[in-house]
Design a protein around this ligand. Structure first.
Ligand code: KG4
Ligand code: ZN
Length: 337
């Protein structure tokens, strides 16, 4: 079965063709990132306009790369939330038009769930149940996942997401946007023990996160000491984020009594985070699944793949599907999609 996936929730216009849920025939991503850089973050109107301008080219390129024609497509999968309302609307409009014109079903996909699905885009994939961590610019969520439609929220950030903390700290260090890659690079040259920034573990047993205090601590440090030792500030900040992510992930696997841990989202592109998760969790004999680098950041292969699985389980959205900018996976209990 050939699934066309469409992702336009933020600044990436992405379209992929995926066969039978895992074989990626094409993965085309056009990013408007450089247009947002001078504003220090994504400007929704610019992102939306850029989707309009590029989506038809991205579609044509994706079909060409996959060596298929539109008439070969069996199912359309599209992200309908969470994300920027205008941006989501562009992808959903294309998805509905194609579904109607081709006479094929449409399945709406949650962007956050799709990030974990990135680990299923290969032959060696996780088995249920597992604990999943989504670390992106908008989310830092821990889930207990029993099936593609059975998710239970174990913990989430109470303020900034991990990626958001990287972006805000990079801004105050005047390192540009997005913050993750630049901070990682500086941090690799610095001493992570130089400054003891706070680690926020919250109340005993909590699997929630909080990164805003850390961001403020970096701000105060810079106000008092300046930005001279950027590498050490970056390394010390990064270590504080990663230590908490790794410790809470380990605790989540322990309380859930699972031996598989799956990660997704832009922040997992970070090599130091990957190392920390693997070293912490393998101490408990937990196997860690990390997505391929090209599937860490926003892409549509993960959307097509999850759309396929949902469709196999009887999910069909229909043309009445609407965008849901604040779409949740959770509500601290198991739910569908
Ligand atoms: O998943 P994603 O592409 O978009 C969202 O769904 O948010 O994640 C983007 C986030 C940004 O906050 C960016 O700074 C962060 O991922 N990021 C990183 C790295 N690469 C991207 N954070 C830490 N280290 C990285 N190497
Ligand atoms: Zn994302």
């Amino acid at each position: 079965m050939l699934v066309l996936g469409i992702e336009t929730s933020c600044d990436e216009t992405a379209i992929s063709v995926v066969k039978n849920g895992w074989r990626v025939l094409s993965n085309v991503v056009a990013s408007s990132l450089k247009l947002h850089k001078k504003y220090g973050g994504v400007v929704p109107e610019i992102a939306t306009r850029s989707h309009v301008e590029s989506i038809n080219h991205v579609l044509a390129k994706s079909l060409k790369q996959a060596k298929v024609k539109l008439k070969d497509i069996d199912l359309i999968a599209v992200v309908y939330g969470p994300g920027l309302v205008g941006a989501l609307l562009i992808g959903l409009s294309l998805a509905k038009s194609l579904s109607l014109a081709l006479g094929v079903p449409l399945v709406g996909v949650n962007h956050v769930q799709a990030h974990l699905y990135a680990n299923f885009l290969s032959k060696k994939h996780p088995q249920f149940p597992f604990v999943g961590l989504v670390v992106s610019g908008g989310h830092t969520n821990l889930y207990y996942v029993k099936g593609f439609r059975q998710w239970k929220l174990l913990g989430r950030t109470r303020d900034d997401a991990a990626g958001e903390a990287y972006d805000k700290v990079a801004k105050l260090l005047k390192l540009g946007y997005p913050g993750g890659p630049v901070i990682e690079k500086r941090a690799s040259l610095g001493n992570a023990d130089k400054i003891r920034f706070p680690r926020s573990y919250l109340e005993k047993g909590s699997l929630d996160f909080s990164f805003s205090g850390l961001k403020t601590a970096v701000l105060y440090y810079v106000q008092d000491n300046g930005r001279k030792n950027l590498k050490d500030i970056a390394a010390s900040f990064q270590e504080a984020v990663i230590e908490v992510l790794a410790q809470k992930s380990k605790a989540a696997c322990r309380v859930s009594k699972v031996k598989q841990f799956v990660v997704g989202g832009g922040v997992i592109a970070n090599r130091r985070l990957q190392q920390a998760l693997v070293s912490q969790l393998t101490e408990d004999d937990v196997k860690v699944y990390l997505p391929e680098f090209r599937f860490c950041q926003d892409n549509a292969a993960m959307v097509a793949g999850l759309g396929y699985q949902l469709y196999q389980q009887g999910v069909v959205s229909g043309l009445g599907l609407e965008v849901e900018p604040n779409l949740k996976v959770h509500r601290r209990k198991s739910n569908g999609c």
